[in-house]
Design a protein around this ligand. Structure first.
Ligand SMILES: *Cc1c(COP(=O)(O)O)cnc(C)c1O
Length: 390
């Protein structure tokens, strides 16, 4: 049997070694606490589950859904965007439901990238941007996200020949894994850059609703001209703790939405309709859950930040996202340091290099574990640090 190159080119799973050690420890009966998973621990709001159960009883929802989603779901998405960001979309031409944002992010490369084409992709980043590009036969040109640049790509320093050759630029704010946020002026510069070089912009924005201290993240689509050049991916996963239901959306430029709809209609048959009804309920029903959840994450953030500072790890307090991006001490690689925390403290964190080479020197800690487990993790980190100082 001979497999396709794209399968062989998939990067080796960076955490094989860590995963093996976790399994080993657990087999021995050791308790391991993972701060490595970006998956909300808080359940989906009850009213959303009830709507899902009701919808499951309706035989109309037992049949093939339409690829482009229920018209009432597309309208609910457009209304939500209007209410939240003051941006209007035509629900029939500028909105497309997705089987989770990841599905659309992976497939949209097929709309832009022919073999040999270039995508501009941040580093560190959510791996699907570059892997989707590779699956389509293209190459990623990486844009370093560094602390000096507030984890925003430095557009002025992208070589002109690369910018001209590229067909798409990926951005993601509030950012995973760095937890950085972007304001309107940055998005405006991205629009201008995209126009100058005839690029499409794909903004991934699943964390716009997960924010702290009263901060309200901006949507790329709020930038004047954004709709002429790009789209924004969004998801119900992080906003409404619905990762398991697989439902998200993309909004923006009608030509891009049309292209993705055509690609997808040849690959999938849409989102199970009962789940679309649950998603409508989430977007149009009571929104108190968002503030309630953010208050929980904010408490966890503060607890973890305090501990990190006590044990000598520097981190900027995130204003949004589910993560803390912490600098590790000199003299370690991210992978070494993460391995050490696992072996010596029984706490799992993600090495920054899992998201690209510019993630070196950092670890990512997630706020999605129950309070009592987080408190235990914090206790372990504190003891671990004390034991090292003798
Ligand atoms: C969680 C996440 C997604 C995926 O969301 P789904 O809708 O669950 O597929 C996309 N992008 C980033 C950066 C994420 O962290």
């Amino acid at each position: 049997m001979r497999m396709a190159k794209r399968v062989e080119e998939l990067p080796p799973y960076l955490f094989v070694e860590i995963s093996r050690k976790i399994a080993e420890k657990r087999a021995k009966g050791d308790d391991v606490i993972s701060l490595a998973i970006g998956d909300p621990d808080i359940p989906t709001p009850q009213h959303v589950i009830e709507r899902l159960c009701q919808a499951a009883q309706d035989p109309a929802n037992h049949r093939y859904p339409e690829s482009e989603g229920l018209p009432e779901f597309r309208s609910a998405i457009a209304e939500w965007y209007e209410k939240r960001f003051g941006v209007t979309f035509d629900p029939d031409r500028e909105v497309l439901p997705l089987i989770g944002a990841k599905e659309g992010i992976g497939h949209i490369a097929l709309c832009f990238i022919d073999p040999g084409d270039v995508a501009l992709v941040p580093d560190p980043a959510y791996p699907v941007f570059s892997i989707g590009t590779m699956f389509a036969g293209g190459f990623s040109y990486y844009l370093p996200l560094t602390e000096e640049n507030d984890f925003l790509p430095d557009l002025e320093h992208i070589p002109q020949d690369i910018a001209r050759k590229a067909k798409v630029i990926w951005i993601n704010y509030p950012n995973n894994p760095t937890a950085a946020v972007a304001e309107l002026d940055f998005f405006e510069r991205v629009v201008a850059f995209a126009k100058r070089y005839d690029l499409a912009v794909c903004h991934d924005g699943p964390y716009t609703e997960v924010s702290f201290d009263g901060y309200r993240p901006t949507s790329f689509m709020q930038a004047p001209g954004a709709k002429e050049v790009g789209v924004e991916f969004h998801s119900l996963s992080k906003s409404y703790n619905m990762t398991g239901w697989r439902v998200g959306m993309v909004v923006g430029n009608a030509r891009i939405i049309d292209a993705l709809t055509r690609v997808k209609s040849n690959l999938d048959s849409g989102i199970p309709q009962a789940i679309q009804h649950a998603a409508i309920e989430a977007l149009t029903g009571p929104q108190d859950c968002i503030e309630e959840h953010n208050a929980i994450y904010q408490r966890r953030r503060d607890l973890l930040l305090q501990t990190l500072s006590e044990i000598g790890l520097k981190a900027r307090p995130p204003r949004a996202s589910l993560y803390i991006w912490a600098r590790i001490p000199d003299g370690y690689t991210s992978l070494d340091f993460a391995t050490k925390l696992l072996e010596e403290a029984g706490v799992v964190v993600t090495p920054g290099t899992g998201y690209g080479k510019y993630g070196e020197g950092y670890i990512r800690l997630s706020l999605t574990i129950p309070d009592e487990r987080l408190e235990e993790a914090v206790r372990r980190l504190t003891l671990w640090h004390a034991s090292k100082r003798g």
